[in-house]
Design a protein around this ligand. Sequence first.
Ligand SMILES: [Zn+2]
Length: 257
Amino acid sequence: MGLHGTGRDDLNGPTRHALAQTHHALAQTRRGMLAGLAATVGGFSLPLALPTFNTDALAASAALPFHEIAEGLFVRYGLQEEMSAQNGATIANIGFIVGEISVAVIDTGTTTQQGTALRAAIARVTDKPFSHVIATHVHPDHCFGHGAFAAEIAAGEIANVGHHRLPQALAERGAFYLERIRALSPDFSDTRFIAPTDLMREVTTIDLGNRPLTLEAWPAAHTDSDLTVRDARTDTLWAADLLFAERLPILDGSLNG
Ligand SMILES: [Zn+2]
């Protein structure tokens, strides 16, 4: 079943739509990055990526823009690179959806800094409160920025949403992923993971205020903790790493799953 089963036709239309938008926005992102990573010194434009100092990691985490790819649906496209201190480990697509009452965050990135940059991006768009932080799967570039939302999660003010198998996956791999992230830069030393407590099985609908999102927990595919988010208002499917636009997918779940 999974991607090869009955859900496949259901995925195709909006997925093609989302991927077309991805390619368009990636081009925009790259132009933005080229502009953003250059400094003008005495009239000459110098790349800032050459020297390695700790603030690079912090700056890179906050540098990539969020694009409104559909009404009220914002994405920060990750770089098509391996994680490094220089790129702030910003290699995953993360974002948020704004409803009439509240905001749902979809993935928080690799580090607390990325989560903080995400919060800042939301604050520039709306003053509505967060209601959900949704993790699409266990990989370190997707759900290790949750620390930026730790206070609200601890206070029970927002739902900490994930696949029902994500807590187990984080228990098995979280410490290893965290070690890899922290080894990139001392700036990432405050990064941590927070296992979801609002656990999804099969299909669940949540509402952000006249904005229903359908969350689907998949059988093992990209990982064994894949969760997709469909926004009914714009017919956009957030497929996270179940589909890749330009990179080969990493399958560590099951090809038959
Ligand atoms: Zn992944």
